[in-house]
Ligand binder design. Structure first.
Ligand SMILES: [Zn+2]
Length: 317
């Protein structure tokens, strides 16, 4: 559905979701771009063509807001800055993430070297190796960021846009609220058909699931009239959909407790019980990080114990 002063630009991505939506939002002095697309030749061409067709070219674009650091949202931001000298806004936590990702690639380390991820079948590795060798999808993310923390309001000639920090899917995820039109751009925080991926990648992460659920409550309290997500269909009843997603994670907690009760005791073994149907290497990787996020929440909530091992053992309380 089209909204006044908003253009949706749909670009291809090389992931199962196939497409990402970027949005152009009109302000009195130009257009703000929400999300930048994946750094492939195809997406770059699509974005460039859309900008020319919809608003006459990059001169009409006043800035880019990146909802989060994942390559399908941030990947073309560096290239955009080569076309137009405009600010790229990103949450400081997500910029940190991006830098540590690069550091890991530079040092030749893989997220699957240690801890629970080391239990994954080794054929989950080639994807990472390929990414590291080509440095795609991060190579073109050579941005000069304008770091934000959420809470900032852009008041550009009559259009007020508020950045709302919604950690969970990533630690620095941002939603963008257009108060006048009661419209929320939700990035990957709130999606209509699928639930956003919530993963724990390293033991230092700060309770991504609990953070995500708090961010959901924040959106429910804001109760926007309509939401435009970065993937698939619009969210017509954002607060209801948000509650549904929180409900889903409660059900998932129960499934995980059941798996532990049945004898599975490491992140990998539990993920194979709960996500038994996810057999592709990349799916197994995602299933494990999602399982670890739920296990982490259950430990914080005193429903499970976790040993100090590098690959921790979980037990019912
Ligand atoms: Zn994402």
């Amino acid at each position: 559905m089209t909204r006044p002063g908003v253009h949706q630009i749909t670009l291809p991505i090389p992931f199962p979701l196939q497409q990402v939506h970027c949005y152009l939002v009109e302000t009195g002095s130009g257009w703000l771009l929400v999300d930048a697309g994946f750094p492939s030749e195809e997406a770059r061409h699509g974005l460039d063509e859309a900008i020319r067709r919809l608003v006459g070219g990059w001169d009409s674009v006043v800035g880019v807001i990146v909802s989060h650091f994942h390559p399908d949202h941030s990947g073309l931001a560096g290239w955009i800055q080569q076309q137009a000298e405009i600010p790229v806004y990103i949450h400081e936590k997500d910029f940190e993430q991006l830098q540590s990702m690069r550091g890991m690639m530079d040092e030749g380390r893989s997220p699957m070297d240690s801890g629970p991820f080391a239990s994954l079948p080794r054929d989950s590795q080639p994807e990472w190796e390929r990414m590291r060798e080509t440095r795609e999808p991060f190579a073109s993310f050579a941005i000069e960021p304008t770091l934000v923390q959420g809470g900032e309001t852009f008041n550009i000639d009559g259009r007020e846009l508020e950045l709302i920090w919604t950690p969970g899917h990533t630690e620095g995820h941002l939603c963008i609220y257009d108060r006048a039109d009661d419209l929320l751009f939700t990035g990957d925080h709130l999606l209509q058909r699928i639930t956003p991926h919530i993963g724990l990648w390293s033991p230092g992460d700060t309770n991504p699931l609990i953070q995500f659920e708090e961010s959901c409550r924040l959106v429910e309290k804001l109760n926007p009239g309509y939401a435009l997500p970065a993937h698939e269909a619009d969210v017509e009843q954002p607060a209801d959909r948000s509650m549904e997603i929180r409900e889903h994670h409660q059900t998932r907690r129960v499934e995980i407790l059941d798996a532990v009760a049945s004898g599975a005791n490491t992140g990998y073994k539990i993920s194979r019980v709960v996500f038994a149907r996810r057999t592709e290497p990349m799916q197994q990787f995602m299933a494990l990080s999602e399982t670890l996020a739920h296990l982490d929440a259950l430990v914080v909530e005193d429903r499970l114990t976790r040993s100090e091992d590098e690959d921790p053992i979980y037990a019912l309380v």
